[in-house]
Design a protein around this ligand. Structure first.
Ligand code: RM4
Length: 260
């Protein structure tokens, strides 16, 4: 059990990669605090996405709380950490995962699309990391922060001119936080998912030609699954990565290196 009796906070934890991170953490022995924003996803049956992930974690014999809030607002991270400490007594791991990617052309992109993407993906990562790190420093027993950056921190997307800079920013945030927080025994790393099939890109990948193109470009021959990323987050959060900080881990099936 790589995370036995640890307390893991996951932002954007009710769906997609975040949901997989929450479940993988519970399977490795953690109690989990799930942040979410909006809960109208009924793809998990009658129960909402939030209700179903809490039930799944509790069925594993671990505890779970769900805290609604938009990470773009600074107070959300503060409230999330406070509610986690109230419920479980401490925080050991933060998975700063919440993110949006409303694909949009560059030349006619409204300011609202650009600004909301920056607010959630970059500002949100900053604020929730700051809140978790302050709690970890107060606890005095170190901790681990794993941000969900992206392959898009390293390469571009024509319909992602607002999004890729935020993922590059998240990657850089972890590098600088690794330096700032190292003295407190807090490790900061990022994962860089490639093309992972989630509701974030369901519309984009509903284009059969686009999906076939992406699958063809991936040496392992398939799109990623959320748990492919979650397993890497668990590793970076665990003591197996005790000497790893300021690092980033591509989880992309070989997509990034595949020129020809
Ligand atoms: C990732 C990468 C994927 C895309 C998601 C939304 O960074 O660009 O191809 O599907 O974002």
């Amino acid at each position: 059990m790589l995370l036995e009796n640890k307390v893991v906070v996951v932002t954007g934890g009710s769906r997609g990669i975040g949901r997989a991170i929450a479940l993988a953490s519970a399977r490795e022995g953690a109690d989990v605090a799930i942040n979410y924003w909006g809960d109208n996803d009924r793809s998990y049956g009658k129960a909402s996405a939030v209700e179903s992930i809490v039930r799944e974690i509790e069925a594993l014999g671990r505890r779970a709380i769900a805290v609604e809030g938009n990470v773009a607002e600074r107070d959300t991270g503060i409230e999330l950490i406070a509610r986690t400490v109230d419920a479980f007594g401490h925080v050991d791991v933060l998975s700063s995962n919440a993110g949006i990617c409303p694909f949009h052309a560059f030349l006619d992109m409204p300011a609202s699309v650009y600004e909301s993407t920056v607010a959630v993906n970059l500002n949100g990562a900053f604020y929730v990391t700051q809140a978790a790190a302050n709690q970890m420093k107060t606890q005095g027993t170190g901790g681990a922060i794993v941000a969900t950056s992206s392959i898009s921190a390293l390469v571009g997307g024509g319909m992602q001119t607002h999004y890729t800079p935020t993922k590059a920013g998240v990657h850089s945030l972890m590098q600088s936080c690794a330096i700032a927080l190292g003295p407190y025994g807090i490790r900061c790393n990022s994962v860089m998912p490639g093309t992972i099939a989630t509701d974030l890109n369901a519309d984009d990948l509903s284009d059969r030609d686009k999906r076939a193109y992406m699958e063809k470009r991936i040496p392992l021959g398939r799109l990623g699954e959320p748990d492919d990323v979650a397993q890497c987050v668990v590793f970076l959060a665990s003591d197996r990565a005790r000497y790893v900080t300021g690092a980033s881990l591509l989880v992309d099936g070989g997509l990034f290196v595949n020129l020809q």
